[in-house]
Design a binder for this molecule. Structure first.
Ligand SMILES: CCCCCCCCCCCCCCCC(=O)SCCNC(=O)CCNC(=O)[C@H](O)C(C)(C)COP(=O)(O)OP(=O)(O)OC[C@H]1O[C@@H](n2cnc3c(N)ncnc32)[C@H](O)[C@@H]1OP(=O)(O)O
Length: 124
């Protein structure tokens, strides 16, 4: 299903306090939002706790600005023995403009962990 017809995992609006020294939204803010979106998807897929082990192929295509509505879409990219990779794409709309702009994408890898923080198998 294409992005336009799916629900985002997270939809939010950044605040002026989320800006960097250029006045755009700080990259760390969006990385964190993507981590949360991927963490929700991975925890659902792994049916329990997961931790982020790696971020692969992260690209910042366009800046995010105050006033943007930020939507993060996710899809499961692959499932390993203990890991779940989630492809995350961030789309914004700017103020009242309905145009959807892809601003970031990346693949976040999560590992399912047990109560001792050790990797545990994910149902295939
Ligand atoms: C129930 C529903 C609830 C729903 C509602 C929940 C809501 C919930 C929302 C939370 C949203 C916040 C999400 C933030 C999540 C953090 O902020 S987590 C904090 C940051 N991360 C950490 O602190 C993790 C620190 N690292 C570790 O503890 C250990 O390295 C780990 C991750 C447990 C792995 O341990 P290890 O012994 O090194 O594991 P190892 O067996 O070598 O590898 C395990 C798997 O990882 C893969 N892997 C290892 N390194 C890499 C790498 N560099 N690249 C790719 N893959 C790798 C391996 O290939 C292997 O995969 P499989 O082949 O088994 O599939």
């Amino acid at each position: 299903m294409s992005i336009e017809f799916r629900d985002p995992v997270i939809r939010t609006a950044p605040m002026p306090s989320d800006c960097n020294n250029n006045g755009d939204i700080f990259g760390g803010w969006v990385l964190s939002q993507m981590d949360m979106a991927g963490g929700i998807m991975a925890a659902r897929r792994a049916k329990g706790r997961t931790v982020t082990v790696a971020v692969e192929a992260m690209t910042f295509h366009q800046p995010i600005k105050v006033g943007d509505v930020v939507s993060i879409y996710g899809e499961i990219e692959r499932v390993g023995r203990t890991s779940v990779a989630v492809k995350l794409t961030t789309i914004v709309t700017r103020k009242l403009d309905p145009e959807e702009i892809k601003v970031t994408e990346g693949i976040y890898v999560f590992v399912a962990i047990d109560d001792n923080g050790k990797p545990r198998p994910v149902d295939q």
